[in-house]
Design a protein around this ligand. Structure first.
Ligand code: IMP
Ligand code: MG
Length: 179
């Protein structure tokens, strides 16, 4: 078998350990469960949100449905160019639904601004945002995050679904990629 292409070994400093992640997700679940009557339509943004989405869904104690959207933002591996494209649309209608957009990280805010604009045209009853991480220092577009896992400094992080050039998504902790 030929060797797979993998990232060279990098220096990955733990920023948010797995046990803190677990505790915080449980808090978010309680908060969300208290805020909604249900049904909630969780919309996970691929691919980065896949782990957060599955952990969060399991601690929400209200009727919940899930769907996914794919978004590509052009740019290099570490920052957005400001251009966003839809690569996978929803399978279901969101009309009249309480939508909870589930995103891995809010950085410039470009992706979520685009998404909220797109989704609001489809007449949902409400749209709220759950973002696992937030880098408020990097914000270029104002966007309100209703449920935030952790605010982090302006550093490039990987793990718990987040990647660098498609690597490291499966790490249990959030780590800073120091290369
Ligand atoms: P925004 O449109 O600039 O807010 O970018 C959001 C997207 O950029 C996220 O959904 C991630 O895919 C990616 N991103 C931003 N910061 C990081 C990071 O530190 N690590 C991994 N991906 C990131
Ligand atoms: Mg993403």
């Amino acid at each position: 078998m030929s060797e797979p292409v993998v990232a060279p070994p990098a220096n990955l400093r733990v920023l948010v350990p797995a046990d803190k992640i677990k505790a915080r997700i449980e808090e978010l679940g309680k908060q969300i469960s208290a805020d909604y009557q249900g049904p909630i339509l969780m919309i996970g943004i691929l691919k980065g949100a896949f782990i957060f989405m599955s952990d969060l869904a399991r601690v929400i104690e209200k009727p919940t449905r899930v769907d996914f959207m794919g978004i590509a933002s052009y740019g290099n591996a570490k920052s957005t160019s400001g251009e966003v494209k839809l690569t996978k649309d929803l399978d279901v209608s969101i009309e009249g639904m309480d939508v909870l957009v589930v995103e891995d990280i809010v950085d410039s805010g470009v992706t979520l601004t685009y998404l909220v604009h797109l989704l609001s045209q489809r007449r949902p009853r409400s749209i709220r945002i759950a973002a696992f991480l937030d880098k408020p220092e990097r914000r270029m577009r104002p966007i309100k995050v209703n449920y935030c896992g952790f605010e982090i400094p302006d550093e490039f992080v990987v793990g718990y679904g987040l990647d660098y050039a498609e690597d490291y998504r499966n790490l249990k902790d959030i780590r800073v990629l120091e290369s």
